[in-house]
Design a protein around this ligand. Structure first.
Ligand code: FAD
Ligand code: HEM
Length: 403
C-alpha cells in the first residue's frame, strides 16, 4: 500500500463513519443474499439488534485510523481472532467479506467513491485480512496441537441439566465420541451451535465455562433471555432451555482472552453482574483447587435472591475456605436474614467495599452488561487501580474499549 493510498484512506474515514450504519446494513444484506449459508455462522440476534454490525465496521475503521502503525491494534485483533477461531472462520471467507464490503462502499457512497478510493480501501482491507488470517492460522495450529482439542464443531451430549435460579440452567456436556476433551483456562468460553426452528438456521452463541476444568465434561450455565415487548425472546437461550437430557449439540473448543493467568499469585477481585457470574465461578473453583489458592474477593450484583444462581455453592465454599470474601448487591432485598451474609441493597457500588478490594497487586476481573462494566471500570480507575490490572468481558460483541 503506497503513501498516497494511505492519505486517501485517512481522508475518507469521516465519510465512512458518517454512513457507517447504512453501509454495514447494506453490506450484510448484500453478502447474505449472495451467500445465504453464512447466516448459519453469524449471530442473527446481533444482526437484528445491530450489535455485531457496528463491531465489524468499528474494527475496519479502527484499522484505517491506525494505518501507519497497525501493530497497536494487535491485542484487539487477537480478541477478534479468538472469536473467529471459535466460530471456525476460514481464510477463503475473507475474500467474500472483502468483495461485498468494497462493493458496498462503492454502491452506498456513490460517485464520491472514485476508483482510486475503492482501490485504496481494497488494499487496506486485504492488508488487515492478511494480518488476521495469519493470526488465526497460528491460533488454529496451537489449538489443534493441544491434547484433547479440535478445530471446528464436535458433538456433545447434554447428560445433565440443573436449574440454578429462576432463569439460569446449567448444562453438562459430554463428548459424544467418548474421547478426551481439552483443558481450558478459567474464564474462557465455548461456542455452541444449535438449530433454531423459527429461523430454519443453525445458530452459534458463546457461553463461558462455568466450572473448574473436569476431564469428563464441560459445564455452561445459560440465562433464559425473555424478551420485553417489542423485543423478541432470545433464540438460542430459549432453544437450550427447551432441551432435554440426552439431546446433542455441537460445540467448538474453549477459546478467549479473558481468563486467569495459570500460575499467578496475585489476589483476585471478581466483579460480576447478573449471568456475568459464570466465568467468575470457574475462576473461583479453579483457584480453590490450585496450590496458589489466592485471596479472592467476589462482588456480585443481580436483581434479587431468586435470580442469584449458585449462591448456596458459593456460601459453602466461603464457609470452608478462609481465602474468600463476598459482597452481594440485590436491587431488591426480600429476606431480612440475608443481611448476615453481607447482602447490600442497591446496585453494585465498589466504594462500599473499597477497603476489602484495594489489595496490593490484585487483578480485577469484571463481567456483565456493557453499562455495568463501564461503571465498575470507572470506579476502579477513580480508586487508583491501574488499568493494566483490570480485565473485562462483555457477553456480546466486544464493543467497549476501555484500556
Ligand atoms: C464470551 C461470551 C460469553 C458468554 N457467556 C454467557 C454465559 O455464560 N451465560 C449466558 O447466559 N450468556 C452468555 N453469553 C451471552 C450468549 O452468548 C447469548 O448472547 C445470550 O444467551 C443471548 O442469546 P439468544 O440467542 O438467546 O438471544 P438473541 O436471539 O441473540 O437475542 C439477543 C438480544 O437481542 C434482542 N433482539 C433480538 N432481536 C431483536 C430485534 N429484532 N430488535 C431488538 N432487539 C432484538 C433480544 O431481545 C435479546 O435481548 C456470552 C456471550 C459471550 C460473547
Ligand atoms: C478484516 C475482516 C474482518 C474484521 C475486521 C472482522 C471483525 C469482527 C469483529 C470486530 C467481531 C466482533 C468480535 C467480538 O465479538 O468480540 C467479529 C465477529 C465475527 N466475525 Fe468477523 N471480521 C472480519 C472477517 C470475518 C470473516 C471473513 C467472517 C466470515 C465470513 C467473519 C465472521 C464473523 C462472525 C460470524 C462473528 C461473530 C458474530 C456475532 O457473534 O455476532 N468475520 N468480526
Amino acid at each position: 500500500m503506497n503513501t498516497y493510498q494511505k492519505e486517501l484512506i485517512k481522508a475518507t474515514i469521516p465519510i465512512l463513519r458518517e454512513s457507517g450504519e447504512v453501509l454495514t446494513n447494506y453490506f450484510y444484506a448484500r453478502m447474505f443474499k449472495a451467500h445465504p449459508e453464512l447466516r448459519n455462522m453469524f449471530n442473527m440476534g446481533n444482526q437484528a439488534n445491530g450489535r455485531q454490525k457496528s463491531a465489524l465496521a468499528n474494527a475496519v475503521l479502527a484499522y484505517a485510523e491506525n494505518i501507519e502503525n497497525p501493530s497497536v491494534l494487535i491485542s484487539v485483533l487477537k480478541g477478534i481472532g479468538t472469536k473467529h477461531r471459535s466460530l471456525n472462520i476460514q481464510p477463503e471467507q475473507y475474500k467474500i467479506v472483502g468483495t461485498h464490503l468494497i462493493a458496498s462502499i462503492g454502491e452506498v457512497v456513490g460517485e464520491a467513491a472514485t476508483q482510486e478510493i475503492l482501490d485504496a480501501w481494497t488494499a487496506a482491507f486485504y492488508q488487515l485480512a492478511e494480518i488476521m488470517i495469519n493470526l488465526e492460522k497460528e491460533m488454529y495450529q496451537e489449538n489443534k496441537a493441544k491434547s484433547g482439542s479440535w478445530n471446528g464443531w464436535r458433538k456433545f451430549v447434554i447428560k445433565k441439566i440443573i436449574q440454578e435460579s429462576t432463569e439460569i440452567k446449567s448444562f453438562y456436556l459430554y463428548p459424544e465420541d467418548g474421547k478426551e476433551i481439552t483443558e481450558y483456562h478459567a474464564g474462557q468460553f465455548i461456542s455452541i451451535q444449535v438449530f433454531v426452528p423459527e429461523l430454519d438456521l443453525l445458530q452459534p452463541r458463546q457461553y463461558s465455562l462455568s466450572s473448574a476444568f473436569n476431564p469428563e465434561y464441560y459445564r455452561i450455565s445459560v440465562k433464559k433471555e425473555t424478551g420485553i415487548a417489542p423485543n423478541p425472546s432470545g433464540m438460542v437461550s430459549n432453544t437450550l432451555h427447551s432441551k432435554s437430557e440426552g439431546d446433542v449439540v455441537s460445540i467448538s473448543s474453549p477459546a478467549g482472552i479473558f481468563h486467569l493467568e495459570k500460575d499467578s499469585k496475585n489476589p483476585l477481585v471478581l466483579i460480576s453482574g447478573g449471568v456475568g457470574l459464570t466465568p467468575m465461578l470457574s475462576m473461583l473453583e479453579t483457584n480453590l483447587n490450585s496450590i496458589q489458592n489466592k485471596k479472592t474477593i467476589w462482588i456480585h450484583g443481580c436483581r434479587n435472591e431468586s435470580v442469584h444462581a449458585f449462591k448456596n455453592q458459593i456460601m459453602e465454599i466461603k464457609k470452608d475456605a478462609g481465602h474468600l470474601e463476598t459482597f452481594t448487591f440485590y436491587d431488591t432485598v426480600e429476606n431480612d436474614d440475608e443481611t448476615s451474609n453481607q447482602i447490600i441493597q442497591g446496585r453494585v457500588d465498589l466504594h462500599k467495599c473499597k477497603d476489602a478490594i484495594l489489595l496490593e497487586e490484585a487483578k480485577f476481573y469484571i463481567c456483565g452488561p456493557e453499562m455495568f462494566i463501564k461503571a465498575q471500570y470507572e470506579t476502579l480507575i477513580n480508586l487508583n487501580v491501574s488499568e493494566k490490572n483490570i480485565f473485562y468481558e462483555e457477553f456480546g460483541p466486544q464493543l467497549i474499549n476501555l484500556n
